[in-house]
Design a protein around this ligand. Structure first.
Ligand SMILES: C[S@@+](CC[C@H](N)C(=O)[O-])C[C@H]1O[C@@H](n2cnc3c(N)ncnc32)[C@H](O)[C@@H]1O
Length: 237
């Protein structure tokens, strides 16, 4: 049986969410609502074989491949998937030899999809319906995943710090990050922020180096595979 979700639990010493203006929803609440309303639509992207879809989303495959390659480098690693979504990557992690897989996501429909998808890996899977910054997690983990997550984080350094504290010595974070492209950047801003009411953030290579470096990770390896943004592997010594 895939483990049930746990109840919300504030952790001592963790930062509060950014304060919204009066009458505004906070950024994390807007993100959560998007992935609550569009969980199935997001999940379907992985099945979309149309050439245009493949062309627009080369990153999905690349980030998954880096995650698989990384998990295979450790013997039966404990894997923490932050913003695990519908468990699409989790399935590959477990097939690639993850000894234990913990997926955290604050969208209930996403966790429901992940639970159904990962049912066959009974006993090796734990799924938590939580905001990562407040989730009751016990490390250490050899591999932490942050795939397609940082796009939506107004305070990303809180996430990198918590990831560092949960990472095993010799372990690493595998992340994917959007960069701003002159063509795709404005389109995404309009589609997500103006139409979809969902905040979206981009990163530069330097910002990623500084953010992960300041949280304690070294070395921080960054690849820029063309239009699909950055892929990163950041290690804890
Ligand atoms: C674009 S999806 C990526 C899902 C998955 N990592 C993948 O690559 O298929 C981003 C996910 O991050 C989750 N998320 C965003 N902020 C989060 C937070 N603070 N805590 C937990 N989950 C979060 C969203 O609910 C959403 O399911």
């Amino acid at each position: 049986m895939v483990m049930p979700m746990r109840s919300s639990q504030a952790r001592e010493g963790l930062p509060p969410s950014p304060t919204p203006q009066p009458g505004e929803r906070s950024a994390p609440e807007r993100v959560r609502r998007r992935f609550r309303d569009r969980a199935q639509q997001f999940d379907d992207l992985y099945e979309d074989e149309r050439p245009l879809a493949r062309l627009l989303r080369p990153g999905l495959l690349r980030r998954r491949n880096l995650a698989v390659e990384t998990v295979r480098q450790y013997p039966a690693p404990r894997v923490l998937d932050v913003g695990c979504g519908s468990g699409r990557i989790g399935e590959f992690m477990l097939d690639a030899g993850a000894g234990h897989y913990v997926g955290v996501d604050f969208s209930e429909p996403m966790i429901d999809l992940a639970r159904a998808r990962l049912e066959r890996f009974a006993g090796r899977v734990e799924l938590l319906l939580e905001d990562f910054l407040r989730a009751p997690l016990e490390g250490p983990f050899e591999v932490l995943l942050a795939l397609g997550l940082f796009d939506y984080l107004p305070q990303p350094h809180h996430f990198t710090r918590r990831m560092f504290s949960l990472c095993a010595p010799g372990g690493c974070v595998v992340g994917s990050f959007p960069s701003f492209s002159p063509v795709k950047g404005p389109v995404r801003k309009v589609r997500y922020e103006w139409i979809g009411d969902c905040p979206i953030f981009n990163y530069s290579r330097r910002e990623l180096e500084l953010m992960f470096g300041a949280s304690g990770f070294a070395p921080v390896e960054i690849r820029s595979p063309g239009r699909s943004g950055y892929l990163l592997r950041a290690y804890k010594q």
